[in-house]
Design a protein around this ligand. Sequence first.
Ligand code: M6R
Length: 614
Amino acid sequence: MCGIVGFASRTTPAVGPLVSGLSRLEYRGYDSAGVALESADGIKVYKQAGKVSALDALLARALPEAERAKYTLGIAHTRWATHGLPTTANAHPHVADGGRLALVHNGIIENHAALRAGLEKRGVKFLSQTDTEVLAHLVAAFDKGDFLSAVCDALRRVDGTYGIAAISSRHPGEMVVARKGSPLVIGVGEKDVVVASDVSAIVAYTRQVIYLKDGDVARITPEGIDIHSLDNAPVSREVQEVDWDIGAIEKGGYEHFMLKEIFEQPDALANTIRGRLDPAGGTAILSGLGLSPRELAAVRRLVIVGCGTSLHAGMVGKYLFESLADVPTSPEQAAEFRYSNPIVGPDDWVVALSQSGETADTLAAVRESIRKGALVSALCNVVGSTIAREAGRGVYLHAGPEVSVASTKAFTAQVAALLMMALKLGRTRRLSREAGDRLAAEIARLPELVSAVLARNDEIAGVAERYAGADDMFFIGRGILYPAALEGALKVKEVAYVHAEGYQAAELKHGPIALLSDKTPVVALLADIPGQEKTLGNVQECRARMAPVIGVVTEGDGAAASAVTDALVVPRAGVELSPIVSVVALQLFAYHVARLRGCEIDQPRNLAKSVTVE
Ligand code: M6R
């Protein structure tokens, strides 16, 4: 939530890199944006409610090209509002010290009210309702001549989470950044230094990066980077190379990132799977888990924590681990888990799922599980993310950057990774070599199976056209396809703004069926796997109430196809793979419904991609 960019150079004007960096980070929040620029004349701040394009337009009016060259140091921010309305006054950067100091912040200062009251007593006048402005004044209050020390002194008084960047005309040419609970990455260019909430705002300049750790505070100048702990002791952090380039975060000819990312799934899955199947043992090799066969065999219970789409992938995981490895598995919404004083210990394996690796509740669930002595692993997509690092062991998805706020390729990659974990765990227990071989061969076919769904994009668009006007939809599935129904409903809600509910197919008649009519399409997950005949019965119940039924059906399954009003056809796949092929069809369906309704697909209202607040 919220994106931060900082830029320090001797010669390159900062405005361009700051604004293009913000555009890359807009998925993190997009209700207002701003920049602060430093020159020999002091600091200038430009901010604007609305998207980064509105800020860009403001800068075009207010800051002529000829003047831009003098600003080679600056900070910038795109906001997802937590404290205060999304107005220009509440937009970052916030200033203090009579406009000499500017600061941008991602996170939440929990004790902001107490700090604010203290500062007000000392005569500080606040211009916004934000917690961030408090931090700006606090840093200014501690500034006795060394900027980094002032930031450390202020942050030691703060409860909560932050990624910050600050500049002050009392310390020309210097930017101080810090993180705790909100990500911050420093890009080390040949002549320039770029700081950002994630590497997508950096790779256009350099692929050499330093991932700051919680508690790090860094002084950045065009000449160098000086990293300290909050107690102001020097620390050293290694420079790492990002293993993808700018092309991965461009639309590449697609109208939307969501569509591009849906179509990237065959490649993403190939990358998730590559080198991780062991044909010789009919199992999977997931060395990042760092668990010996003895440790795996000792696992008594699995708990999978996540939020949103990641939680849905975890719910698929329950079926995989229970059926393949005989291990009781509870998928848990991460926020509920962390506050439930969870009963986990050394025999339990807690697996955290997170595309971004930064989701606040999932991170807190990881910390709570580590505290309680459980085995903890993470399945994350973003390399170097906080959850991946804190869990210490895990599997990277290697699905490539996911830019669209609606998660698509991360879901299928998560399910593929969970499937390989279940295969590995199963083979340490009762899963036979033959069953392991069969499953490994199925997993290897995933890219091909998903390509077959994508080949039906036009057909799916045609079905979407018939239902794009609906105000309400139901999605039903049973067993391993129930989480797929939840995920289909979530996709339609978030990108098409259609009220959609996912239900266990059998649950519909326990209440929700009262809402069915010819105006409420029901999407039924009808892949040809055990239990399908029961869901077909539920389809009849819906049709008897005049509800049109869109079935996700297996190719060649004439009985299922003729039971529904419209069919989204997916290739025949084993039970374990059926959620993946079904969800890909539902992603396309949601995408086309949203497109036909004229929605802002990649940046739906009120959402942000990386939810770093509770
Ligand atoms: O980065 P994470 O996987 O931890 O994010 C979890 C959810 O915030 C995320 O899946 C969200 O539900 C997406 N908007 C779903 O499309």
